[in-house]
Write a protein that binds this ligand. Structure first.
Ligand SMILES: *Cc1c(COP(=O)(O)O)cnc(C)c1O
Length: 393
């Protein structure tokens, strides 16, 4: 090509070299290992003197294609794909941190991430300070001489807080700390943390990247020298992404941009409708002008993304009645699907937290999270409206 393609076009056109069959869609390489023509080529492969595939725990053509597309989308030098989002997060921590290191972590992070930093870190001598998403003074005050990494999500799960990525990039540069960002909710077609100075970006590919609730997957992309250490950690500890899952995810990236446009426009219309509803105490969505960080969201995101949350009047009981009354929207522990999903975090994803921890990270009893699907938005809003009416009976 005479012209450098846009990252979104690259995610559609990057493809493994065609086989002799001249197929248009990449074949599935369901193989545990790869063969060598002779002992010398095999020796050289093990000595990293050539790029031959050896064993699918650390390299596979379907996985490599998926990673190349993710690097193009995020503007990253290199990456490694994992079996789940959690194994990506866990590996990025344990490959780069050691006993005696300190992390600063946004207090509102995915439930299992919270468990790793609060329950597992202490067993390995790693300390972690949790700071509220919107309190910049608390981030500054948390810095210690041994602080190695800042970890955050934006938008946060599930209360859709926004962290200023430009500020986070400058803050971590100033203190010489690695910036590791979970970009699951926005996806790279909406927001690219590396453009603001992130060193690593993590995804649960299970969510919007798959987009149809079929497979689990994760990926870490970022600076090549960091990914090298993560690769060694993963090569020997084994959280590899299955080739089949990689094939599904690579294909899904071809439609990510158009899907996210519709997810975002549906989510915005749902948020606007909820904001007018008498049974709803408040709604949070990045592109609603009422969002406290609306200006920051507008600065760093192309659209608001597919997730919104709201507080139903009547607390936990009304929340349960709302879920029970839904006729079309799915009640399931996932998000980022073509089918709209409703969830009640306090009784599910964040149930392992104590009441005190839940309140400190903003999980109120009546908090409902909606993952806007691709159905016609009038159908989604109609289902929400009838369930809201039922929730108050
Ligand atoms: C789901 C999720 C994860 C974990 O990903 P899995 O693929 O389920 O392991 C991490 N971060 C966020 C923001 C998520 O939504």
């Amino acid at each position: 090509m005479s012209r450098e393609l846009d990252p979104i076009s690259k995610a559609i056109r990057i493809q493994n070299k065609k086989t002799v069959q001249k197929e248009h869609s990449t074949p599935l390489y369901l193989t545990s290992s790869f063969t060598f023509d002779d002992a010398e080529t095999m020796r050289a492969a093990f000595a990293d003197e050539n790029d031959s595939n050896i064993y699918s725990r650390f390299s596979n053509p379907n996985v490599d294609e998926f990673v190349s597309k993710m690097c193009a989308l995020e503007g990253a030098e290199d990456g490694f794909a994992t079996s789940t989002g959690m194994s990506a997060i866990f590996s990025s921590f344990f490959a780069l941190l050691k006993q005696g290191d300190h992390m600063i972590c946004c207090s509102s992070v995915f439930g299992s991430t919270f468990t790793i930093v609060t329950k597992f870190f202490p067993r390995y001598g790693i300390t972690c300070t949790l700071v509220p998403a919107d309190d910049k003074d608390a981030w500054e005050a948390a810095v210690q001489p041994n602080t190695k990494m800042v970890y955050l999500e934006t938008p946060t799960n599930p209360q859709i807080g926004i962290i200023d990525l430009e500020w986070a990039g400058q803050f971590t540069k100033k203190h010489n700390i690695l910036l590791n960002v979970d970009n699951c909710f926005a996806t790279p077609v909406i927001q690219r943390p590396i453009d603001f100075g992130a060193d690593l970006v993590i995804h649960s590919a299970t969510k919007w990247i798959d987009g149809q609730g079929r497979v689990l997957g994760g990926v870490i992309v970022g600076r090549a020298e960091l990914v090298k250490d993560i690769y060694m950690f993963c090569r020997h500890s084994g959280p590899a992404l299955a080739p089949f899952n990689a094939w599904v995810l690579s294909k899904s990236l071809e439609t990510l941009d158009v899907r996210m446009e519709r997810h975002s426009s549906n989510a915005l219309k749902i948020a606007e409708a909820l904001e007018q509803h008498p049974t709803v105490a408040w709604v949070k969505y990045p592109f609603l002008p009422s969002h406290p960080q609306y200006a920051i969201a507008k600065k760093q995101m192309k659209s608001g993304g597919g997730v919104l949350c709201f507080e139903i009047k009547g607390g936990a009981q009304a929340g349960a009645r709302f879920l029970n009354a839904l006729e079309m929207i799915s009640v399931t522990a996932n998000l980022g699907d073509s089918r709209s999903i409703a969830a009640h975090p306090s009784s599910t994803t964040h149930s392992k937290l104590t009441d005190q921890e839940r309140i400190s990270v903003g999980i109120t009893p009546g908090l409902i999270r909606i993952s806007a699907g691709l159905e016609k938005v009038d159908d989604i809003i109609a289902d929400i409206n009838q369930a809201l009416a039922a929730s108050q009976e």
